[in-house]
Design a protein around this ligand. Structure first.
Ligand code: GDP
Length: 291
């Protein structure tokens, strides 16, 4: 998946310029995929500036994985990590409080705080909830915020909002799938079939009971030789459970793939994380993403 429209190039340049004046970076990450949803440009641009990593949508993530991610992220120098549901104003206020604590400099002047996040991660919802009023448009589709915008959040914090953008090369492929499944990549840019196949294999491997309880699909994890056939039978089960039939009673596997991803996004499959700290430990991962 290669997705980097012109306005994103411009955004990157603007961020590099503004970063020099920024006292704190708030990185809004998807709690279900904190590694994949982190902008790889940030560590490179941030330098010594402290970072507050907000693991948002924790209501949709596996609580045990979230706890492990929080611990892992705080091992990075200059990083504080907090869980949040941007849709809950009290969570947003806690994020704001942590931000103010990190800025405690003795000066009464407002500090510039940059907020970043991939499309659809909940950045606008969080900003509005921190501000206590609607200062950002929120929409359940990626890439609504187009320009940088300064918002006076408190007397001590001026927030620099940035467009929700992705980076030039979405690699490794697993990261691209996790971003697509979580909703950061516009529908139509990626293939629901591939995303669904990735999600099905993740589910059967890590949350084996989910496919049976949601779609009555009870089949053990496939091996490499029958993976494609296994995926089709899972999609057939979803199509039949949801009555997704083409004329003639043929199960509509394309719609089944889309329904699976949408069910996941809405939390209808339960609280499910897409990656654990260990799943991204290999050098292949780290280097692949920084490339
Ligand atoms: P942005 O593109 O990052 O600004 O994302 P938005 O703030 O527009 O939010 C995208 C969608 O995610 C909206 O439908 C929000 O209601 C939803 N959302 C935001 N935060 C949370 C959260 O903590 N939990 C859940 N379940 N949904 C959230």
């Amino acid at each position: 998946i290669n997705w980097f429209p012109g306005h994103m190039h411009k955004a990157r340049q603007e961020i590099a310029t503004q970063m020099r004046r920024v006292k704190l970076v708030i990185e809004v990450l998807d709690a279900r995929a904190p590694f994949s949803s982190e902008n790889p440009l940030v560590p490179q641009l941030r330098g010594e500036t402290p970072s507050l990593k907000v693991l948002n949508k924790v209501d949709l993530a596996d609580a045990e994985q979230t706890a492990r991610w929080l611990e892992r992220l705080e091992q990075e120098p200059g990083v504080v990590a907090v869980p949040a549901r941007a849709t809950h104003p009290s969570d947003a206020q806690k994020v704001l409080q942590r931000g103010e604590e990190l800025l405690r400099t003795g000066s009464n002047k407002a500090s510039l705080v940059m907020i970043l996040g991939v499309p659809n991660v909940g950045k606008s919802t969080l900003i509005n909830a921190m501000a206590g009023k609607n200062v950002c448009r929120t929409e359940n589709r990626p890439a609504v915020t187009q320009r940088q915008q300064k918002i006076t959040l408190t007397p001590r914090i001026t927030l620099l909002d940035t467009p929700g953008f992705l980076w030039p090369r979405l690699a490794p492929a697993e990261c691209a799938y996790r971003l697509a499944i979580s909703g950061a990549i516009k529908d139509g840019i990626f293939d629901f079939d591939e995303a669904a196949s990735f999600l099905l294999h993740h589910l059967v491997g890590v949350y084996p009971e989910v496919l049976a309880s949601a779609y009555d699909f009870e089949s053990p994890a496939p091996d490499e030789t029958n993976a494609a056939e296994w995926t089709r039978s899972a999609l057939r089960a979803i199509a039949s459970k949801r009555n997704l039939m083409r004329t003639g009673g043929v199960p509509d596997l394309e719609r089944a793939a889309e329904v699976l991803v949408r069910d996941y996004r809405r939390g209808r499959l339960g609280r499910i994380s897409l990656e654990s700290p260990e799943s991204v430990d290999s050098d292949e991962y780290r280097l692949g993403k920084e490339d």
